[in-house]
Write a protein that binds this ligand. Structure first.
Ligand code: ZN
Length: 275
């Protein structure tokens, strides 16, 4: 039923070049996004990905095929699977690389970026990491979400770099953007594009809420013991993902320590099963 995600042309303005780094945390690999206004001379590249010369060459080939060159490179966050090649890609293209906190040209919420008619707006979406950004491609009602929302499964909030309260706030912010139809499509950092942005962000909020209530219940039985909570709450998750689950539990325990009351009444009680 599922068609394998291999990247390629997604919309008039967006093409995905899939990096060759598939894995449990990276799904089919990192999505390197090439964005440009049709017919223009310069493009924007989001997340050049791991340091892999062949991958970078493929990205440059995609850009050259459109008769363009790279005018700007953006990073959704600093994790190596997205950003390791940033310095090398900057050398290859001569174009600036911008991210959160990268000195004088560091990006912040609300920044407008325009490259040859292509308009992007920076949307700060901390939580997966403190430096996580999304980019709004308003012309296509599309949001590039990095690792904040993925093409399938759910995203990871890993203590201590990730922060659950911030993540929930970011998801609610994206939910508001889908509610106003400003965003209808997600272009994620891993996995296929999501045509139903409103549906996926609702699912993410429900999933987070359910996990939190499961962790709360597990703590009531086992105490705030990470191993005990992982065994109870993540029993359905493959063991290879348990190291990640431990970090996720740490983020949730910290959240529950600061927020002892259930959040958003009505969420998390809709289903017994957790996807
Ligand atoms: Zn990633």
């Amino acid at each position: 039923m599922t068609i394998a995600w291999v990247g390629g042309i997604v919309t008039d303005r967006s093409t995905c070049v899939l990096a060759p780094n598939p894995g449990a945390m990276t799904l089919e690999g990192t999505n390197t996004w090439v964005l440009m206004e049709p017919g223009s001379a310069r493009c924007v590249v989001v997340d050049p990905g791991p340091l892999d010369e062949q991958h970078l060459q493929r990205v440059l080939d995609v850009v050259a095929l459109r008769g363009a060159r790279v005018g700007l490179t953006l990073l959704t966050h600093g994790h190596l699977d997205h950003a390791e090649s940033a310095g090398r890609f900057g050398e290859l293209t001569g174009a600036p690389v911008r991210a959160v906190g990268s000195g004088h040209d560091g990006l912040s919420d609300g920044d407008r970026l325009t490259v040859d008619g292509l308009d992007l707006v920076v949307v700060a979406t901390p939580g997966h990491t403190g430096d996580s950004l999304s980019f709004l491609l308003a012309a296509e009602n599309a949001l590039l979400t990095g690792d904040t929302i993925l093409g399938h499964g759910t995203a990871m909030v890993a203590w201590p770099d990730g922060e659950l309260a911030a993540y929930l706030h970011s998801l609610q912010r994206i939910e508001a953007m889908t509610g106003s139809r400003q965003v209808t499509r997600i272009l994620p950092g891993h996995g296929p594009t999501v045509p139903d942005a409103a549906g996926v962000v609702r699912y993410y909020l429900d999933h987070r809420s359910e996990r939190l209530e499961q962790v709360r219940a597990a703590v009531a039985v086992r105490g705030a013991d990470v191993e005990g909570v992982v065994e109870m709450v993540y029993a359905d998750v493959p063991r290879e993902l348990w190291p990640a689950a431990r970090l996720s539990v740490l983020a949730q325990l910290e959240y529950l320590r600061v927020h002892p009351q259930p959040w958003l009444p009505g969420r998390g009680q809709r289903r017994d099963s957790d996807r």
